[in-house]
Design a protein around this ligand. Sequence first.
Ligand SMILES: C[S@@+](CC[C@H](N)C(=O)[O-])C[C@H]1O[C@@H](n2cnc3c(N)ncnc32)[C@H](O)[C@@H]1O
Length: 285
Amino acid sequence: MNYQHSFHAGCFADVFKHWILILLLEKLQQKTTPFGVLDTHAGAGFYDLMGDNAQRTLEYEGGIGKLIKADNIPAAFQTYLNLIYACQHPGSTTSHAKEKNLRYYPGSPYIIQQFLREQDSLIACELHAETYRWLKRNLDYEKKIALHEQDAYHAMKAFLPLKEKRGLILIDPPYEIDNEFKHLAEALKIALHRFQQGIYAIWYPIKHRPPVRAFHQQLQKLAPGKVLIAEVMQRDDNDASKLNGNGMVIINPPWQLQETLTTNMPWLANYFALGDGARAEVSLM
Ligand SMILES: C[S@@+](CC[C@H](N)C(=O)[O-])C[C@H]1O[C@@H](n2cnc3c(N)ncnc32)[C@H](O)[C@@H]1O
């Protein structure tokens, strides 16, 4: 395992996935009954964008650094932005962050923690030993949060169904291994068998189309009619050596999520376009 998210924190993929993560958490909060979240690939939880790794790639400049400079950002991004602003000035949610004083970026377990109520819980897993140590340091201790230095795919067997009987499984692998899509489809088959009603959100990179298409077809067989595909292409996917776009599959999408994504993703695709073919696509399979 070589992947370290500290090189990529705040990149466009993070903006896209964390915005959708927050939309999902807001939906879960609409009912007072408890919900659980399993974050299978948690990362370190919190990142310093002025640290050596983020400064070496400067990927955040094409992601959160670009977003906060935008004029006329659609209202649907406001909760996400407020959370980013609050991270710069712990304890404050006022929107005084500008790119020049953007310093910190939250990871998925930190974001999830902000949305947990007394009755909710989070299980976060991270396999990389050093990253796991950072995760333990970066998340405030709370009884309702359980951290595990554990393999994501084992965790999906060990922790599903969630004890709350409703909730979200965020799956965000590094795609370091060639057959990650195959592992994912196999793990999802077992997971859906154990916890059919869970909301599953799976991020994936789009380099070229064939492996993505095959993955979609496998998921469609597992949960026909319940697979929401959301993709932002930053350019055409005809050069497989580049990250051309980002996708999120949401299995069992909450009510009206499709409409929110359909309305707002074209703005993202347009603002973050890197070349011909930039577009947003949302469909239910
Ligand atoms: C893309 S990063 C996660 C970022 C995080 N979800 C976020 O949004 O802030 C992927 C993480 O998965 C970890 N990882 C890789 N293989 C894993 C596995 N089999 N089980 C659990 N974690 C794994 C990596 O060490 C890395 O920290």
